[in-house]
Design a protein around this ligand. Structure first.
Ligand code: Q9C
Ligand code: ZN
Length: 651
């Protein structure tokens, strides 16, 4: 089980035969650059490579009219003048004698990828194709797109595998109006697109690309458009959209398959946040992306993430801009009638200051003019992002419970090494009353695990402790992180774990305790909230509070502690661990009191290892008390943690 890469060299054949500045960017080098990048970084050989085959006429007919298919077929025999004349009948399209062959390969590649994932040959994959597809319609080519590869993939998954819920995430910079039209009244396909819109003045200039287009008839609420009205949207804006719009809807929708219209003409893609959906069944299909170097880097990042490597932490000030918040609010307003997860999201309206995108990029990049700096700084930034040496050991375990009792997945290493006995004793002496002699051997191993993670030898780890020693162990781990000059440590502590008395409140430790009945705030860095009992409440806690804080804090280490009476179910613990990986580049040490480890170990280890967590079960609406506790915290924390914001201050 791994990642498929579907490709065929013939897809480099189609190219522009006349002068047209609009169309020349859709060139064969796009595919060769992407593939070269994958080869140079040794990523191609980590994938299951499949050679694309042409989609059949019947398969094309799942989306396109027979007349349109026949028309495209006929272009094989046209001369240059005839091709040029036909091209002009469409918006931003060119035909070449090889277009029909390439477009059938592109569609076929998307279908093969769906087959590979749905038959279980692989977990996920990427189809590297041209021409792209998401603008193409039942009987029209549009925006470089001839056949709608992703729409065909969705129809194929419905028809051949009987799927009932498919999520399409379209992160190309342009609105995929073609996909929207094809599934406009179809509730089995949730189409989500964010795109540059600028109030309608960006191509394709359509009113139906705005947030108030929600689908029709049975399909109402299954088209979700998030239009960006200013340029320069960055990590914080995309994160806010992911956490406050896409993921709540996606969890509620509970897709069986996720298709990604992966255009890299917008930004570097981050499928990691999607991997917790649909049992990890993600099929990504290339759409746009015209800056060759950026395209190659983005494709590499995407494949690396599909392969399960942790994503690098995101850079930049984690403050969504005013315009992004307005867009997010407009889509929430349009979609709230259709989605329970948004209805419980009663956002407090705030007055705190936000930044314009321009202001923010200046802060990020220095004082020189934004565009020039952005262009110059792109390459080193991308290089840095792609330098991700994977630690030799993926997930390690140090346990007070015999290893055989834990049913750990293959590939998890048992930690035998330990720090020096004197060192362990010195740390334990600080908490003399709470460590028994028999705890010391375990503590030594746990400290060794922590060192391994901080030194880049181990990606992440699980440690068990006796119930009595959990709090003291967590305390020692925090102190050791600081002693080893961690800049920021995020502690997510569940259950009866009191805040260490001497815990510094200087911004280096973010302490969140999930326990008890009421939310409480000691400072902007220390607070607690109850564990919700509904799935809706739990998801709101994770997506609406924990992840915005984690991304905003930008920790270099996460300590996740499950103490006595933590109350987490298997699937909840796994989801929390899986989602906490992304803001910290995978560096998590999970400490679990031994009473519950037998139940949790396997799925926790799988989640840390990069596998998809089990389902939380059917969606249940958060209770008013759960919402109230979250709102209480969010309203007070928003001043410091801007990713919590879901609403823009009134103009
Ligand atoms: N002057 C894709 O990215 N050009 N298609 C618009 C208007 C057409 C984009 C420029 C862009 C088509 C798949
Ligand atoms: Zn595009």
């Amino acid at each position: 089980m791994g990642t498929a890469l579907v490709y065929h060299e013939d897809m480099t054949a189609t190219r522009l035969l006349w002068d047209d500045p609009e169309c020349e960017i859709e060139c064969p080098e796009r595919l060769t650059a992407a593939l070269d990048g994958l080869r140079q970084r040794g990523l191609e050989e980590r994938c299951l490579c499949l050679s694309a085959c042409e989609a059949s006429e019947e398969e094309l007919g799942l989306v396109h009219s027979p007349e349109y298919i026949a028309l495209v077929q006929k272009t094989q025999t046209l001369d240059k003048e005839e091709l040029h004349a036909l091209s002009k009948q469409y918006n931003a399209v060119y035909f070449h004698p090889d277009t029909f062959h390439c477009a059938r390969l592109a569609a076929g590649a998307a279908l093969q990828l769906v087959d590979a994932v749905l038959t279980g040959a692989v977990h996920n994959g990427l189809a590297l194709v041209r021409p792209p597809g998401h603008h193409s319609q039942r009987a029209a080519a549009n925006g470089f797109c001839v056949f709608n590869n992703v729409a065909l993939a969705a129809k194929h998954a419905k028809q051949k595998y009987g799927l009932q819920r498919i999520l399409i995430v379209d992160w190309d910079v342009h609105h995929g109006q073609g996909i929207q039209y094809i599934f406009n009244d179809d509730p089995s396909v949730l189409y989500f697109s964010w795109h540059r819109y600028e109030h309608g003045s960006f191509w394709p200039f359509l009113p139906e690309s705005d947030a108030d287009a929600v689908g029709q008839g049975q399909g109402q609420g299954f088209t979700v458009n998030l239009p960006w009205n200013q340029v320069g949207m960055g990590n914080a804006d995309y994160l806010a959209a992911f956490l406050h719009v896409l993921l709540p809807l996606a969890f509620e929708f509970d897709p069986e398959l996720v298709l990604v219209s992966a255009g890299f003409d917008s930004a570097i893609g981050d499928p990691e946040l999607l991997q917790v959906l649909a049992g990890g069944r993600i099929c990504a299909v290339l759409e746009g992306g015209y800056h060759l170097e950026s395209l190659a880097q983005s494709v590499c990042m995407m494949v690396q993430t599909l392969l399960g490597d942790p994503t690098p932490p995101l850079l930049g000030l984690m403050v969504p801009c005013q315009s992004a918040l307005e867009s997010i609010q407009s889509v929430q307003t349009a979609q709230t009638p259709y989605w329970t997860s948004l209805q419980q999201n009663v956002a407090p309206v705030l007055s705190s200051s936000t930044h314009s995108p321009e202001e923010r990029s200046l802060r990020l990049l220095g004082e020189s003019p934004t565009c020039a700096v952005a262009e110059d700084s792109l390459s080193p930034l991308l290089d840095q992002l792609c330098l991700r040496p994977a630690p030799p050991i993926c997930t390690a375990v140090a346990s007070t419970v015999p290893g055989a009792a834990l049913c750990l997945p293959p590939g998890v290493l048992h930690q035998e090494g330990s720090v020096l006995r004197e060192e362990t004793e010195a740390w334990a002496r600080l908490h003399k009353s709470r460590f028994q002699d028999e705890d010391l051997a375990t503590l030594g191993k746990i400290l060794c695990l922590l060192d391994g993670i901080m030194d880049g030898q181990i990606r992440n780890a699980i440690a068990t402790t006796t119930a009595l020693a959990t709090a003291a162990t967590l305390d020692v781990l925090i102190q050791r992180c600081l002693a080893r000059r961690a800049q920021r440590v995020l502690c997510v502590a569940l259950g009866q774990l009191d805040r260490p008395l001497d815990l510094a409140d200087d911004g280096r430790i973010l302490w969140l305790n999930i326990r008890g009945k009421d939310a409480a705030i000691q400072s902007m860095f220390h607070f607690s909230t109850p564990l919700p009992q509904t799935t809706g409440g739990f998801l709101s806690l994770i997506l609406g509070l924990v992840l915005p804080l984690a991304y905003g804090f930008q920790p270099d280490m996460v300590l996740m502690a499950l103490g006595p009476a933590h109350g987490l179910q298997n699937a909840q613990a796994a989801l929390l661990a899986a989602m906490l990986r992304s803001p910290v580049g995978g560096r998590i040490l999970a400490v679990v009191e031994e009473e519950s480890i037998r139940l949790l170990a396997r799925s926790l280890a799988q989640a840390l290892h990069g596998e998809t967590p089990p389902s939380l079960g059917p969606f249940s609406k958060a209770t008013p008390e759960e919402i109230q506790a979250l709102m209480f915290l969010k309203a007070r924390l928003e001043a410091r943690w801007k990713l919590l914001q879901v609403a823009a201050p009134p103009p």
